[in-house]
Design a protein around this ligand. Sequence first.
Ligand code: ZN
Length: 909
Amino acid sequence: MKIRLAFSGYYWMLGILLTGFCVISGCNNGKGKKTEETKRVKLVSGVSAQLARHRAHVISQLSYTVDYDIAADPAKAIQAHSSMHFNFQDSLARPLQIDFKQTGVASVKKMVINGTQVVPNYQKEHIIVDASQLQKGPNQIDFEFQPGEDALNRTADYMYTLFVPDRARTALPCFDQPDLKAIFKLTLHIDTSWQAIANGALLDSTVDGSRKTLHFAPSDSLSTYLFAFVAGRFKVATGRIAGHEAKLLYRENDPAKIKASLQQIFALSDKAVRFYEKWTGIAYPFHNMGMAAIPNFQFGGMEHPGNILYQSSTLFLDPVATASQLNNRSNLLAHELAHMWFGDLVTMCWFNDVWMKEVFANFMADKCMRPAGSDASFNHKFLIDHYPQAYDEDRTAGATPIRGELDNLQNAGLLYGNIIYHKAPIMMRQLEQVAGAAAFQRGVKNYLKDFQFGNAGWPQLIELIDRETPEDLLKWNKVWVKRAGRPEFDYHLETKNGSISKLLISQHPEVVPGKRPAVATGTEDQEDTATDNQKADTSAVWPQVFDITLFYPNAIKVIGVKNGSASMEVKAAEGQRAPLFILFNSNGMGYGRFPASGIMATHLNLIGTPLPRASAYINLYEQMLAGKKSARGLTPQRLLKAFMEATKTEKDELNTKLLLNYIKTIYWDFLPAGTRDSLAPVLETVLWSAMTGSRTANIKKLYFEGFSDIFLSKEALARLQSIWQLKKAPTGISLYEEDYTQLAVQLALRIQDHKANRALLDTALARITNPDKKASFKIVMQAASCDPDQRDQFFKAISDPDGRKNERAVLSGLYLLNHPLRQPESEKYIKPGLKMLEDIQATGTIFFPKGFMSALLYYYNSTSARSVLNEYLDEHAADQPKLTEKLLQASDLLRRSNDWVYSKQSEEN
Ligand SMILES: [Zn+2]
């Protein structure tokens, strides 16, 4: 069979034209340029920032021709050849480093530079080419090679590439950096039963026996991390998205799901693309549109133009999907499609700005999919989705600025975390508010237009938005984006004859013991940071707008505050009656540690709507964490009592979840074991009756999970054992296989009889029907065992990278291993666990190192655990600064809870 598409000739031509373009780059080489011209480029593994700057300076007009011959059998190696074409100009005639990380089977078999065969000079993950082998102007280097397979995700039925952030260099020799965009011309040889999509549209397909050859049109200009293709046994659906024909490859085989979903996937994509075209003023920027639904995909989705990858289970839903499943699907599609403009069309210069594309994708997806007229519920969800998690890192001694530094792409994984995913969206919403929505949109549109098919970073964007508004955004940027941490707010209230005569609000940077002065030194704008660093620490102000609400027994008064200075008088409050308490940030738009009082804690029932109530819970918790001196009498026990009381009136699902999380954390981390034992029966009763008294099944289930997490009494044990044995859930609650497995683990933590413990876990294993889940539970059950030998074996197994491949199961097990009910015995794991961190960073995926540290340390509050941690930090902080930041983030609660529980002054009740 042979298909030739009518427009193919045009795209070949476009490819040639584009290679001749010099795309405008916003990556500031201004001052850097001179120094780059005189420097020797160090040879180190990975892709260093210096190497990337050097190559961006000496290389232009880049394209790759790549040909992969892929056997369906994943045991058979892939054969490949490629050519890279580029202009080269380096007045210093320095050697040129080509990235090719040889892992596993990867190897170069033949290398030809401008027609002359050479022996590859392979050093530190690079092939070194001497400048004398290159010519000034156009060059061509050809390779015959075997690619590494780490990033090819091969199974017997299909494969897909996933190169973000720096894994293209494992699959082909290339310049693996985002600001050397290139045209990719791809050819694939695959089985005739396989389908494939790539960045470029399919030009033709030639069959030869059981094999076929596919030629794809040259891609549009792309960064290496976006070069991608998918091939395998897939079904193909076609539809139209904003006037373009689009393919969807999928493997789902449930006819009901397919029928319920296919049309929706195209319709939602169409809606998103049309929205972005209108908002940005730029038509869908790429010539090809396509997507693939991948089973068990590592991420939710990945934004490769022409072959966007999606988690299959998020796209294909049952006819009776829940609201949250539908919501997740439309958000995922809208997120990945927003990347076509934000990230793909205009790409960050370097991965220190990776947060920009992620925050924009979420921000635009929210705009595109948010239902009309629901501001309060949107803001409520936003508060709960982002604030607690942003604060979890931003209040710590390891807090980092949104925009940080990145010395080498191989460390890009350590940039990902709550600051990027949760603080950045908060910052962006503030920015839109400060600049004004219209000015913000004009700035963003200019940015996309000026840098399309090129690269630009945050400094270019903020400058373009700044031009559109009288506000001083550059000053704003210095504190919100370049500075770590958050402000701490305070207030001073004067009253006269029962009325407010003066209300002062002040803010200053939160003081965190052990915190280093942290101002980012970006890669492009280093000149202004040295001075910032010196003066920034005590005088910084986070300009922002938020509401405060004055609460009275039968009334409220909402006052808007625009706070841009260290101290300000709230004129609108003057003359108002003196309130019972003041709720700060009652609309959830502000950011920082806000004052919260014991009086508010005991009058939470006066706060009548869910959004301000959530804000009150968050303010109270953050105030308690501030420690004895600052907590205004909000001790952990008082707060726990207030939150337990709040469960009696709280009816909102999101708020219930938030409350229960706080209750569990205070209960396990902030109480001495003895206090916990005596409090347990009370808390059990509160949660069980909140469960039976709740109207909705979802809230009932939240309380049931909370109860199963905290219970300690014999009565509760008997009650839950019976539920587990009979598989009979309490009235109004549906428990599924996974819920029963979770329950078994909680029971195992409390059953100390070896035989009974073993029998319980074995039965739980036998009850699991899905083979993947069974394999995971085999790992977890060792950690849940009451037999110390079993737990030692678990720890020994995960000390080896091979034993850590199932990262999810390892983390679940590690939490159990260090659970308070296993302390103090389990403290022996902390030291060797910390020693594994460097290895874990080298071998795990991007989210694993932080997850591992959190699982290891989360439940400790003892002085001895704190000493082990401090010893490790003293020894290693200097040589592993990025890892140390993560460790300081992960150990924040340990330090705070240890202060509360074990410091000298005993806590009053
Ligand atoms: Zn994304």
